[in-house]
Design a protein. Sequence first.
Length: 128
Amino acid sequence: MHKKLHSALRLGLAALPLVLLTDCPHTALLCVNATETSAAALTFAVGEGVGCTGAVKLTSIEVYKTSDYASRWAVTAREPTAVARITYGVVPAGFEQSLPPTPLAAGSRVTVGVQGPGVSGGTDVVLK
């Protein structure tokens, strides 16, 4: 009996790393590309793959000043919501604004970050 228990424990411990690795959340990297970089009409495409194709389900979008991480605009969704295009200051359908937009200045660098279940992405842009 003791020998069987020892063998079962050894097998169980050997399988533990596999269980731990399969339970780790994996985050896929999304494509985020600026389609308009003017401070007055900053717009991004969000999607999968190099071409940023297809809407992806997101739960948060944040734009912040790259140099000091000061938030400029943020929105969140209670449920993952499909988004393909983001325009600064325009709240996507299904999202709520958690931080109203502040004016952007030409020449400044901003970062947009997006997150959803198992996905995230972002990019930096120098504004025109």
